[in-house]
Write a protein that binds this ligand. Sequence first.
Ligand SMILES: [Mg+2]
Length: 137
Amino acid sequence: MAKTPLNILIVDDQVGIRYLLEILLQEAGHNTSTAENGLEAVEAVKEGNFDLVFMDIRMPVMDGIEALQKLKMISSSVEVVMMTANNTEEAVNQSLEGGALKCLAKPFDVEDIRQTVEEFIWFREIKREEMKNSCAI
Ligand SMILES: [Mg+2]
């Protein structure tokens, strides 16, 4: 079965992380855009149609937690994966309470990213099935 390419937004203030994720996700056949902070991410989601966002937590201008809350208000369908080097309980809780799909600890490897994308696709299928079933009488 051919995979449908996803539109993925990568948000991190570190250029190296943005570059690494772009390479990995493009090699997997997905379309990528990047943003350097939460504010840019909010603007991008207002204008674009994204399936998935990889969002750093610690960023200048607007951090990832605030941006997550704003994204969830702008788009009901976008899913967000948070990324943090300080994978504290507080960061994980704030992410999940804000509606993030998961929290990814930095440093991550290629397999973590692949697995996260697979989890997103699986999660989206389940949501679609649930919506279909809720329409059925
Ligand atoms: Mg950062």
